[in-house]
Design a protein around this ligand. Structure first.
Ligand code: ACO
Length: 353
């Protein structure tokens, strides 16, 4: 059996901090309201010189270095984002331009569920024997599309990027199960308008015309209800598909959107708070970046041990959801470049024997 172990990880957030006190000066809100309804105390927001590209590249470089690889060693780069710096070219190509190498590169759009979707796609490429080493990035700079006069949304989001490197192993490491879901009928509850909705077909291309600025539109109550419903179910499903029970789970690493949503998911898995990694108080909701950032911080804090079973679970625009059990550690990964010979290259042409 082939698996796809996580052998490198890295994160990057902008330096600029936006606290609840700052928001109190901008809109009619309070630290007490934000903390009690969401758990968020501050978030990082892009400043001049920051972009989805700059954050994604910084996180990716750390992940690749941690894996003791170079960009030339990568077979594929997948970037989960819905805030790319350009419509054309892909965010993944913009990242690769700075990292180097000639790996295939493409973006994946599943909003805040994007990193877990991308992790599952990358894992399939490794498990089928098609590729050996894949870089998966979750990066978003949603604050560029937030209306800072709308108190219902501007308190929730921050910017950041997180990345992991996947490498082939014959031991059960990396993503052991996958649950992906979507309810497109709920798309009206959380979206950013595109050109088709902003600019009527008959209109000439306009810039800065009233109502044509893209920005996040959200029905918070509907999204909240949806998230509470799917997070616990998806996480429980992922545990079952991995052939495990709740008592086998060492850590829940959830999408960091709202503490009340996370608590509901943890209750469903019967997990105490100390087995739930939380950092939304410092970063808010960083969209596709939130799970890999939380993973990096959990590792840096010494909270992850070889063989630990982690549950990743996320929800977001789509409406979408994604979950999986990840077994931490690099057992069975060949760190010797000599073993990247003919057998590995043959894998690129079809499933390994
Ligand atoms: N400060 C003070 N009061 C506020 C604020 C604020 N920032 N925002 C809303 N309120 C007010 C409302 O106007 C309302 O006032 P009213 O009762 O006088 O009408 C009151 O607070 C209650 O509002 P609710 O919307 O019912 O508050 P709720 O407890 O549902 O919390 C929240 C709102 C935090 C947005 C919650 O619904 C939520 O977290 N939803 C999920 C959002 C989410 O996670 N989105 C990201 C998805 S991931 C992705 O793909 C982008």
């Amino acid at each position: 059996m082939r698996y796809a172990a996580i052998t490198g990880w890295g994160m990057a957030v902008p330096e600029r901090v936006l606290t609840n006190a700052d928001l109190e000066r901008m809109v009619d809100t309070s630290d007490e309201w934000i903390v009690s309804r969401t758990g968020i105390r501050e978030r990082r927001v892009v400043g001049p010189g920051d972009s989805t590209t700059s954050l994604a590249v910084a996180a990716a470089r750390r992940a690749v270095e941690r894996a003791d690889l170079t960009a030339d060693d990568l077979d594929l780069i997948i970037v989960a984002t819905y805030t790319p710096d350009q419509f054309l070219v892909s965010q993944a190509c913009l990242v690769q331009a700075q990292l180097g190498g000639t790996a295939g590169a493409f973006d994946l759009g599943a909003a805040c569920s994007g990193f877990v979707y991308a992790l599952s796609v990358g894992t399939q490429f490794v498990r089928t024997g098609c590729y050996e080493r894949i870089l998966v990035i979750g990066a978003d700079t949603l604050t560029r599309l937030i209306d800072y006069t709308d108190r219902a949304t501007c308190v929730l989001f921050g910017d950041g990027a997180g990345a992991v490197v996947l490498e082939a192993t014959d031991q059960p490491r990396g993503l052991l199960s996958t649950v992906l879901g979507a309810d497109g009928a709920g798309s009206e509850h959380l979206y950013i308008p595109g050109w088709a909705t902003l600019v009527p077909e008959s209109a000439p291309l306009v810039q800065d015309a009233p109502g044509t600025r893209p920005g996040l539109r959200m029905n918070g109550n509907e999204v909240f209800r949806f998230a509470v419903r799917v997070m616990g179910d998806a996480a429980a499903d992922a545990v079952e598909r991995a052939g495990l029970s709740f008592s086998d789970i060492d850590m829940l690493i959830p999408h960091q959107a709202n503490l009340r949503i996370i608590d509901a998911a943890a209750r469903q898995l019967d997990l105490p708070r100390e087995k739930v990694w939380l950092n939304l108080d410092r970063y808010g909701n960083t969209s596709a970046a939130s799970i890999p950032i939380a993973l990096c911080e959990a590792e840096a804090a010494g909270a992850l041990a070889d063989g630990n079973n982690l549950v990743f679970v996320a929800f977001g625009g789509g409406l979408s959801w994604a979950a999986g059990v990840v077994r931490w550690g690099t057992e069975g990964v060949c760190r010797d470049r000599a073993c990247w010979g003919a057998e590995a290259k043959a894998g690129a042409d079809g499933p390994a024997a």
